[in-house]
Write a protein that binds this ligand. Structure first.
Ligand SMILES: [Zn+2]
Length: 393
């Protein structure tokens, strides 16, 4: 008990046993509620209760302490906070609602909903992160991109980008060290098939390729395409948009015309059905003919609606391809004078690079390396479309 003063303790003792006037000399049951000494006793009792509570929870040893002694992040955001931020579309001006909801109208427990069921409104407010950067971050998240720092503090440029063309595994960086005669130490970075690295020759071939050779090749590829885009942007966008669909942008206008014609016919069909009903009611058309005609109209209506749907999908797909091609063109034409490759540029431009094994053709060692750009994929087919030749005259 918190009270240490012996005089106070004596007074309490006396008061607890004090009798009641005209009733008893000594009170064995203690002080009545609301008595003179109650506040003091209440405080004494609360002190005991405080100690008991501390003993039960606050001072009780646990596997993980309740209090964090010191923030380990030094005031910086930690990884999970950043993950929440880079997945929040509010930063690019979209409003997302319905991320969670109740299980049913009877069960009000809140549960997270799958992404497909979210309600998304694009462009409801001004974005604070531009779309390209956002897409870049999303692509990195999807690729699970996590380059390891080497002992010399540098990062392997092509980590996560190279794919073995035979087995589809990611290529793995391999650092070789060598010491020259004059004592200087040099490192050579190469990439080998991850499958081969893990399981040996029985799984795949080595596919080894040196980083410096790749840098030269990729730099040249980027610069060449940047210059081409600079000179023939519209033709290249058109060729890229149509390459995947084998339909050029001009097809879009034709499709739109067809969609309009189909829609007009559907309206006409509805009017025909209405007048047929009227004729049936007024007895002008016999039952059997009415049924046959209605079935015919309905079948035509369904066919035309399906056709409109298919055409609209094609138009949307062509537009999407054209948008992607335009985005790629806008990105790559900044790099006509690119001198050095860095990880940011690579990730911004390139989706993946497939590496084939070395073959010997006519006594020469050759290998096929395909660069797949973000948004458009493989652009080497552009030459075959004949875009450049057509524009060059
Ligand atoms: Zn392989």
């Amino acid at each position: 008990m918190g009270i240490k003063d012996r005089r106070v303790l004596q007074i309490i003792k006396a008061m607890l046993k004090a009798g009641v006037m005209d009733e008893s000399e000594v009170n064995e049951e203690g002080t009545p509620q609301g008595g003179l000494i109650s506040p003091l006793l209440a405080n004494a009792y609360l002190d005991i209760m405080d100690e008991w509570i501390s003993g039960q929870w606050e001072n009780k040893g646990t596997q993980y302490p309740y209090k964090q002694t010191q923030s380990k992040t030094n005031g910086l955001w930690n990884a999970s906070t950043i993950r929440v931020i880079i997945n929040n579309e509010a930063y690019i001006g979209n409003l997302i609602q319905g991320k969670c909801g109740s299980v049913s109208y009877k069960n009000h427990k809140l549960v997270s909903k799958p992404k497909e069921e979210w309600i998304r409104c694009d462009g409801t407010h001004e974005p604070i992160v531009d779309r390209e950067l956002w897409d870049q971050v999303q692509a990195l998240t999807a690729k699970n991109y996590a380059p390891h720092k080497r002992a010399d503090g540098k990062r392997n440029l092509f980590t996560g980008l190279l794919v073995c063309s035979d087995c589809g595994f990611k290529m793995k960086a391999n650092v070789e060290r060598a010491t020259h005669k004059d004592g200087t130490e040099v490192r050579y970075v190469s990439y080998i098939c991850g499958n081969y690295s893990r399981s040996g020759k029985s799984a795949c071939n080595c596919h080894s390729i040196y980083e410096n050779a790749l840098v030269t090749l990729v730099l040249d590829h980027i610069r060449t395409h940047a210059k081409l885009v600079e000179c023939h942007e519209d033709a290249i966008i058109d060729a890229l948009a149509s390459a995947q669909e084998s339909e050029t942008l001009s097809c879009r206008a034709a499709y739109r015309g067809e969609i309009d014609a189909q829609r007009k016919r559907i309206v006409k069909l509805d009017a025909l059905v209405d007048s047929l009903y009227e004729d049936r009611v007024s007895g002008l058309v016999p039952e059997s003919m009415f049924k046959r005609q209605i079935e015919k109209f309905e079948k035509e209506r369904v066919d035309r609606l399906q056709s409109v749907d298919a055409l609209e999908k094609r138009v949307r797909s062509i537009k999407q391809n054209a948008d992607n091609a335009a985005t790629w063109a806008r990105l790559i034409k900044r790099y006509t004078q690119l001198e050095d490759l860095d990880a940011e540029t690579l990730l911004l431009l390139i989706d993946k690079i497939t590496i084939c094994d070395v073959q010997v053709i006519d006594g020469k060692r050759v290998r096929d390396i395909k660069i797949h750009y973000n948004y458009v994929g493989d652009v080497d087919a552009l030459g075959e479309v004949g875009v450049y030749e057509r524009q060059a005259v």
